[in-house]
Design a protein around this ligand. Structure first.
Ligand code: NDP
Length: 292
């Protein structure tokens, strides 16, 4: 890392917990690669301390912030501006410094899209299954609708949450493509066609690596591509089941990479070259002990 001096710009991640984050690898590698005088540090914010943390970061001349669990929605109240799409999604993961305060963006959604593009996964016109209806699934549903998916089946354990997300996305975007279903009804998915399935539940996350939200092999016969938002482990049970049924499967580390790359681009008003993004990806895989 280059020498820290009086000109060093500071960025950071606020959330709780933040100890296991990969974001410093992304931003510090990019800064080092570019010879930019910037450091990125994780900052744990205790419950009740969010407003003071955002105001304090601004007063301390911090250059930009990422926001993670559990503050992605709550942070909106502490902003002086918000990007239209982040406002619609109702979640912010990136704060950009302006003259009057921080402006909020959501780079998770575009990060997922960029990750999918880099794997040649097509959204436009595709019939898609989203598993889950939490914060991440909501951003995925917006992304699918905005990028012109065909039909999107949103399957969740708690049906009313899937109904809420579906009606909200359809209404906000003026479409009628998100269809809520109970996850237990997966055998009612229409037709003979095969789907792109995006796994956005927390089931299968380390240490519960033997779990998948659907274990019935018949379901996986319907999937040509499975994308799991989880990246720890790097080969989830969901991914294994997709591959066993003949589909291709991806983990969520590239989504994490690109949400960070897009934040870095917003802070520095630049475009990160793909070669540099892939260099960072290599470091992230190394840090996680992923070999493929
Ligand atoms: P939330 O807590 O908001 O949502 C959790 C979802 O999982 C809900 O749909 C919930 O269903 C479902 N779920 C939890 N337990 C079960 C269970 N036992 N059976 C069935 N469904 C279950 O989490 P997030 O949306 O924030 O995150 C979801 C996943 O995405 C996490 O694993 C996270 O690590 C990953 N993620 C990855 C990112 C990346 O950059 N790669 C970025 C963001 C998230 P119900 O509504 O019924 O409770």
């Amino acid at each position: 890392m280059r020498q820290i001096d009086g000109y060093t710009k500071t960025c950071g991640l606020i959330g709780n917990p933040v100890e296991h984050t990969m974001s410093p690898v992304i931003h510090n590698t990019l800064a080092q690669r570019e010879g930019r005088n910037l450091v990125y540090v994780p900052l744990r914010v205790e419950k009740g301390g969010l407003k003071a943390a955002v105001e304090g970061a601004y007063a301390l001349n911090m250059f930009g912030l990422n926001v993670t669990v559990p503050y992605k929605s709550e942070v909106i109240d502490s902003l002086t501006g918000i990007d239209e799409m982040a406002q619609k999604i109702g979640a912010v993961n990136t704060l950009v410094r302006t003259e009057t305060g921080f402006r909020g963006y959501n780079t998770d959604m575009m990060g997922l899209y960029r990750a999918m593009c880099s794997e040649n996964i097509v959204i436009e016109g595709e019939d898609i299954i989203i598993l889950g209806a939490g914060g991440a699934a909501r951003a995925v549903a917006y992304m699918c609708a905005i990028k012109g998916a065909g039909s999107v089946y949103l399957l969740n354990r708690t049906l009313h949450k899937a109904e809420l997300v579906a009606s909200e996305v359809n209404q906000v975007l003026g479409v009628d493509i998100i269809k809520p279903m109970k996850i237990a009804d997966y055998d009612k998915l229409p037709g003979e066609k095969k789907y792109l399935a995006i796994q956005a539940t927390s089931v299968g996350l380390y240490p519960d690596v033997e779990d998948a939200v659907i274990t019935d092999k018949d379901f996986y016969e319907k999937i040509h591509t499975g994308f799991d938002l989880i990246y720890k482990p790097a080969n989830t049970k969901f991914m294994m089941l997709v591959k066993e049924a003949g589909g291709q499967a991806f983990h969520g580390l590239k989504m994490l990479l690109y949400q960070g790359v897009i934040a870095y681009e917003l802070w520095n008003n630049i475009t990160v070259e793909e070669e540099d993004a892939l260099l960072v990806y290599g470091k992230m895989k190394e840090a996680m002990g992923i070999e493929e």
